[in-house]
Design a protein. Structure first.
Length: 267
């Protein structure tokens, strides 16, 4: 059973989808937060009205993946949670900061299957009564029903379009004379012998994503590589371009790896 959390009878939090949705308008109005923020919120909701220390948050969200981040990264994740909750309709700030200790969630929390909190949608088709004298027999006709496209096909199409756009962008940029990074990539530091450039401006978060991807694919940073990481803000996945030299060199040898988000890996 997929478990979701209902916060103060107002907002539904889905840990697997990293989403916050107003209960009254579900499934409309969904807000997506990045994975580390969602994991922090999950821990806080699992211990309502109880302090959750910074040490526990660091250990459960980042260190168990072999990633070390600063306190600033933790506070950025908490800020993302607060912004997402407000966008989803929760005006009250339920995340209390405990100086030099951690954080505490002060809210009424319920958890269970989504169907327990969202009533089934009942639609009715009301029409004006038609006088019997105007009703004429009609020829029988075949009714053709076109099934809705599965969500996984929709995500797959978006993933393919994203990859195509990235490849096209790199090819176009490769023909430029400018030696600067392709916009909007930012330097994100070095990990062993890999020089990381990311579409996300935060270096620590980009390194966290890169290290997580290294656990899912054979990315060897014992050799020198120039890495270009595209973090998709729609949570569909991420794309990584690995080159032996900067990509604008004529003799650059590169390979592209596309990672689907964990929710859709096996779809």
């Amino acid at each position: 059973m997929k478990t979701v959390y209902l916060i103060n009878e107002i907002v539904l939090f889905d840990p697997e989808e990293c989403s916050l949705t107003p209960r009254k308008s579900w499934p409309l109005g969904r807000t997506t937060i990045h994975a580390p923020a969602a994991e922090c919120l999950h821990l806080l909701l699992a211990h309502p009205w109880q302090p959750v220390t910074q040490k526990v948050l660091f250990a459960q969200v980042w260190e168990k993946k072999g990633v070390v981040v600063s306190t600033n990264t933790l506070y950025q994740s908490i800020a993302s949670i607060r912004k997402g909750l407000k966008t989803a309709g929760l005006e009250e700030d339920i995340i209390r900061t405990l100086p030099k200790q951690g954080f505490q969630c002060n809210a009424t929390i319920q958890f269970g299957a989504r169907e327990e909190f969202i009533p089934p949608v009942v639609t009715t088709n009301m029409r004006e009564p038609v006088p019997l004298s105007t009703v004429m027999p009609a020829e029988p006709s075949a009714v053709i029903t076109t099934p809705a496209a599965p969500e996984k096909n929709y995500r797959l199409v978006l993933s393919c379009l994203l990859t195509l756009a990235i490849i096209t962008g790199f090819l176009l940029w490769n023909n430029q004379a400018d030696d600067a990074l392709p916009i909007p990539y930012y330097p994100a530091g070095n990990i062993e012998n890999c020089t990381l450039n990311s579409s996300w401006s935060g270096a620590e978060y980009s390194q966290s994503v890169f290290n997580e991807l290294r656990q899912r694919a054979p990315i060897d940073c014992s050799k020198k590589h120039i890495a270009y990481l595209t973090i998709n803000r729609l949570q569909i996945g991420s794309t990584l371009v690995l080159c032996d030299v900067p990509i604008n060199h004529d003799n650059a040898q590169c390979r592209i790896i596309m990672f689907r988000d964990k929710e859709n890996e096996n779809k």
